[in-house]
Design a protein around this ligand. Structure first.
Ligand code: FAD
Length: 442
């Protein structure tokens, strides 16, 4: 048996890849099939990579408008000064080298009868035998009065990776010492449940070390949040005089309902207004626009069969990642990659006329609280039915505790770094450039 590498081990442990021997072998007919995937994030890229490694003869096309993908995961560490912008940004050359056809374009329409995808700039529609839709999220700008894509250039959300991440960091670097940062935290469900609180820790760490007189106020549309006990412990231990967190309660609704990009004013539902030197406005979210256009949504998100992430709205289309309703699995890159493995296996089995394997999923979300101190939450997920609808039941959940030892937190921090390195190498065929972890302009 060939030696397993450290990276392969980490991915196996993470449930992201199956050992080659575990993958179903496609019948010859599968080899000539065309699979088209919309979206080159963790969900779409995992399906593409897994399919191509299972059967190099399959025609796999990945449609993605961005030339470079900046990971939202670890972007908070960039804000905190623990990563460079370059180290969280990847091109698709590694994906192309695997024999995947990467089309730099936007899918604008899906014709399920003709089995074609129309592109914004491409001349002819792309035909497919199997279609996978993984467009991530869009932001509901109109959920906050005064917020818009224009206003987001002044009050960045930085909840989609790329220029927004960069703008938020530039604004942090330019913040006057003593300046007020205000964060608007969205209602459920949204991408990365612990993400806003990890961001609060990383922004507070940046302020503590670079602008010690500055303050951070969080206005949260919710009464409770993910990994709350460990985050509250960290806010107290490391950032007591910096962070003020306001959770919605019976008396005050701290959902941000109005902003003014000219004056910096941020107003909550119960009427409190703060004038921010820097506002990080994270609005409510919905599935990427192509999903609604293709009739895949019910409300804001896409219902799917939890066994294999096929749409329950449009027959014969897979939807995965943040766009899908995968409750109780959170919207995370780890979840999207785990779902991507199941979708690829299902396509291979289906094309080969073999029994489709039951879906098994895993997620872990790590959050950095302070240097050498990370917490995690996660579990395995199995398909079930609740209130007449498909859902994913969590099995053997785990979560960091407030009184974990410093050694354990350090170890969790190392695990998180190992996961990131393995995940991006798996997704983009590239190790992150770790040369300079210091604060750098992107
Ligand atoms: P995306 O990553 O958004 O990818 C979708 C892709 O589809 C995009 O590149 C987009 O350009 C493309 N697309 C959209 N529409 C079209 C179209 N019409 N045609 C073609 N392409 C299209 N997750 C973790 O697991 N761990 C973490 O530590 C973590 N930290 C996070 C921190 C922050 C601050 C944030 C915001 C998120 C974090 N996440 C984390 C969540 C993670 O980033 C997302 O869950 C993950 O990116 C979802 O993957 P996806 O493939 O569904 O969507």
């Amino acid at each position: 048996m060939s030696q397993i590498t450290r990276r392969e081990f980490a991915l196996l442990a993470a449930g992201v890849v199956a050992a080659a021997s575990e993958l179903p072998r496609p019948a010859l007919a599968a080899g000539s099939a065309k699979v088209v995937i919309i979206g080159g994030g963790p969900g779409g890229a995992t399906v593409a990579n897994r399919l191509k490694s299972a059967d190099p003869n399959l025609s796999v096309t990945l449609i993605e408008p961005k030339e470079k993908y900046t990971t939202c995961f670890y972007s908070n560490l960039y804000l905190g000064g623990f990563r460079s912008f370059q180290s969280i940004t990847f091109d698709y050359e590694g994906v192309k080298k695997r024999g995947i056809d990467v089309v730099s374009d936007t899918a604008t329409a899906i014709d399920t009868t003709a089995k074609t995808v129309t592109l914004a700039h491409g001349s002819a529609p792309l035909s497919y035998d199997r279609l996978v839709v993984a467009p991530g999220i869009d932001l509901k700008y109109d959920s906050i009065a005064g917020y818009s894509p224009e206003a987001a250039k002044v009050m960045p959300h930085a909840w989609q990776g790329g220029p927004q991440t960069w703008i938020l960091k530039e604004k942090l670097l330019a913040l006057p010492d003593g300046g007020l940062v205000v964060m608007a935290v969205p209602p459920n469900p949204y991408r990365c449940p612990p993400g806003p609180y990890e961001r609060a820790c990383m922004i507070a760490h940046f302020l503590k070390t670079k602008k010690p007189r500055a303050k951070l106020i969080l206005f949260d549309a919710k009464p409770t949040f993910s990994k709350q006990a460990v985050f509250e412990e960290a806010f107290n231990e490391y950032y007591k005089d910096i962070i003020e967190i306001n959770l919605t309660n019976e008396i005050d609704d701290f959902a941000v309902v109005k902003v003014n990009a000219q004056t910096g004013e941020v107003t909550t539902k119960s009427g409190r207004t703060e004038r921010a030197a820097l506002a990080n406005i994270i609005p409510a979210q919905k599935a990427g626009a192509i999903a609604a256009k293709a009739g895949l949504t019910e409300g804001d998100w896409c219902p799917v069969d939890p066994q294999n992430f096929t749409s329950t709205k449009v027959k014969g289309i897979y939807v995965l990642g943040d766009a899908a309703i995968a409750s109780e699995m959170p919207k995370s890159a780890f979840s999207a990659m785990s779902q991507g493995g199941v979708v690829a296996d299902d396509i291979i089995a289906d094309l080969s006329g073999k029994p489709r394997p039951p879906g098994k999923y895993r997620n872990t979300c790590w959050s950095m609280l302070a240097p050498d101190n990370s917490a995690k939450i996660g579990g395995d997920y199995t398909p079930g039915v609740k209130d007449g609808k498909g859902y994913l039941a969590v099995k053997e959940p785990f979560i960091s505790k407030p009184d974990d030892s410093p050694e354990l937190r350090k170890q969790v921090n190392r695990e998180s770094r190992d996961w990131y390195r393995s995940a991006v190498a798996d997704l983009f065929g590239e190790e992150p450039q770790m040369a300079s972890p210091g604060i750098q302009a992107p």
